[in-house]
Design a protein around this ligand. Structure first.
Ligand SMILES: [Zn+2]
Length: 268
């Protein structure tokens, strides 16, 4: 079984502290065949401030050093997690011009709309089910805008709000009732040549889960990557093999990795 972890953060993300080389060594120990670094490049962080400086030469130097450490024992690819792109598309496209060539880009949304002050889902979620339902609706509207823009490889962690609502606040929310909205997102992604990821979510419920993976497959979706979203060594490669089984059960024949922004398919 070919194992590829396509969502991984290093100290180049503002919420992680591990050097790239340490993540590489951990991935080798975990028996992975391939990993892709996807450090955060968020167009706007929570609130109004904009992160407008990324030290690409330094990041490139650390990636090159990590390649040396890998020494052919694991395939490394280079990507970013591009967050909140639709909050400032022209700035986002300028960032794309600044960054070195990438193999893979996760497009993701972590914030609610201006209606909620663009607050991060992590902070905005509460134990109130009615509020949670409105936040899911708001989030899915933002994700549809992102899908329509479509300048990325895969949509990250579609059901992210559920992680915070259920794991942090004890709710039992689902996306049930939003089938039409999710289907429109999937059809838009597919039309734009984008895929989705199965985020293995530290061993908790995958983001998204089986119902939505089946719907994506039913819409003709074929491009799926698997990623742990590891910010620490502990979760590198977590549940990648198990969620490959889930993909097979949902009717997929292959999962994807990426090289130079083109999908490479691996039989399940
Ligand atoms: Zn993310």
């Amino acid at each position: 079984m070919y194992l590829a972890d396509y969502h991984m953060h290093s100290r180049w993300s503002n919420d992680a502290h591990i050097p790239m080389a340490d993540m590489v060594l951990t991935a080798i120990d975990a028996g992975l065949d391939e990993i892709c670094f996807t450090d955060h490049v968020e167009v706007k962080s929570s609130g109004s401030d904009m992160r407008n400086y990324f030290d690409w030469p330094a990041l490139s130097a650390e990636y090159a050093a990590a390649q040396k450490v890998a020494d052919g024992r694991i395939l490394l690819r280079r990507g970013v997690e591009l967050g909140e792109a639709t909050r400032d598309i022209s700035w986002c496209e300028e960032l794309r011009r600044q960054m070195p060539p990438m193999d893979f880009i996760i497009g993701s949304r972590h914030q609610l709309s201006a209606k909620y002050g663009n607050e991060d889902l992590y902070f905005a979620s509460s134990g109130d089910p009615a509020l949670a339902l409105d936040q899911i609706r708001d989030y899915l509207q933002q994700v549809l805008l992102l899908a329509k823009w479509g300048n990325f490889s895969v949509l990250g962690h579609l059901t992210l709000p559920l992680r915070y609502m259920n794991e942090n606040h004890g709710l039992h929310m689902t996306f049930d009732g939003f089938e039409a909205e999710v289907e429109e997102i999937f059809r838009t992604l597919i039309a734009n040549g984008c895929g989705i990821e199965v985020n293995t979510n530290r061993g908790h419920d995958p983001l998204p889960g089986e119902k939505w993976l089946r719907l994506y497959r039913g819409c003709g979706g074929e491009i799926v990557t698997l990623g742990s979203d590891a910010h620490t060594r502990e979760f590198v490669g977590c549940n990648i093999a198990q969620q490959q089984e889930l993909l097979r059960a949902c009717g997929f024949r292959a999962f994807a990795t990426f090289e130079k922004m083109q999908p490479v398919f691996h039989d399940l």
